[in-house]
Design a protein around this ligand. Sequence first.
Ligand code: J2J
Length: 536
Amino acid sequence: MRIPYSRWPDDLAARYREKGYWQDLPLTDILSRHGESDALALIEGERHFSYRQVNQAADNLACSLKRAGLQAGETALVQLGNVAEFYITLFALLKIGVAPVNALFSHQRSELTAYATQIQPALLIADRQHALFTDNAFLNVLVDEQRSLRVVLLRNDSGEYNLDAAIERPAVDFVASPSASDEVAFFQLSGGSTGTPKLIPRTHNDYDYSIRRSNEICQFDHNTRYLCALPAAHNYPLSSPGALGVFLAQGCVVLAADPSATLCFALIERHQINVTALVPPAVSLWLQAIREWGGNQPLASLTLLQVGGARLSATLAARIQDEIGCQLQQVFGMAEGLVNYTRLDDPPDRIINTQGRPMSPDDEVWVADEHGNPLPNGEVGRLMTRGPYTFRGYYNSPEHNAQAFDRHGFYCSGDLISIDEQGYITVQGREKDQINRGGEKIAAEEIENLLLRHDAVIYAALVSIDDSLLGEKSCAYLVVKAPLRAVDVRRFLREQGVAEFKLPDRVELVDELPLTPVGKVDKKRLRQRLDRRPQA
Ligand code: J2J
């Protein structure tokens, strides 16, 4: 059984193979190549795992899942936080050709249901420590609604769903059988700009290349000690070069539950971390902590700090070298594929003021005007891209794909950028209807649809507001039949089961929403209104 996805055209696929980008190796190779090594691969709290142990644990789980009847070509819904089991599960599933959607730990009922409905998983792996799974209420609903779901395993469950037991049971006669390298390995999550969260099929070949190439640029090797403080399932700490880059290079990944300075500084000092990846708000908090606590001494081992996921201001960027005491690398990437890096030997000016350049010589990136025509260097327009690790279509979304891609297969990311003479990109803004809340993406339409379910709401528009720490926060403009307080709105959305970061930070009741000449809600005008009004 194969999972359907939009393939690259034959001529491009041939080119990517010829150039050695696609090596026709399964992603499982990242781990199994070090399967006999006793080098330290992973640290989570007091738990330490060698490569041999992670590989063995993944084999054990893979074998248990096979015994439970899981088959190649099926899919899984996985929700695990920053715990060792996240990687063990990912590799176990890859080893038996089952493609997971790795939901974020912040996701709730609404997101998990949307993913399950799209992929029809045969397997659910989650954690009793997540509020959704402390009892069986939601689990029963899922099993009931998702007829495909046959096997459930839960971390921290000592009963029938015991994930630990499935990892500990020794594999017998297990031989990995990953899906073919040009088939779907797993699904990444789109930041989204539409009503339902979209899924991005990633193949072994394309993902493997993005990791391998990232390692070259970021110079990850067996001495790399990487702190993973962002959500482990997110594309950035997973593959840019992220934990998978570290594993490929036989370095060591240390997991942190969150990017707070208190936790991370201690981990960096204790485990002599030399690289980590942050979003801009975390950088602000680290800088503040350094000032308050009297210095960057705990960070002495850190040589490289990657920052991405949202726009990093030049002011903040300029403080990193001096105050944190390490080099900055800007990372402008997307779960859909394209990743740009400033290079380690770039001059400071470029590292501070640009979001880097594409990692692959075969990333085709250009800037389009509103009619889809190319713009000259330096002008601001839409980012268009295709390449050896940029997807060719969202899973099962022909209508949305028709809009998101041009007829030559270039993906329009919805970012507004300019490209300079040297090919360096500056992110200038965004055209997609999305709010970037400190790196966490909110699709306006998804929340607007949920708001419209409220009896009192007639119209709803979610827009971004500037925020000094997060960059952006969200504001819901509502036309209502009866007065609503912000707390009521947030409580209602929570009841709808969406992730906490998607709840509007602010709510404004209005008599009507301004419209553009074609009759769409004029969000630009709504944002301007907010600029002029004091905080409620
Ligand atoms: C401005 N906007 C940025 C940056 C992402 C590496 C790094 C990040 C992501 C990621 C990723 C930005 N400056 N430096 O997957 O592998 C915004 C853009 C982009 C969207 C993608 C990776 N870095 N962005 O953030 O899929 O708007 O991936 O299109 O979550 O984040 O979001 P996401």
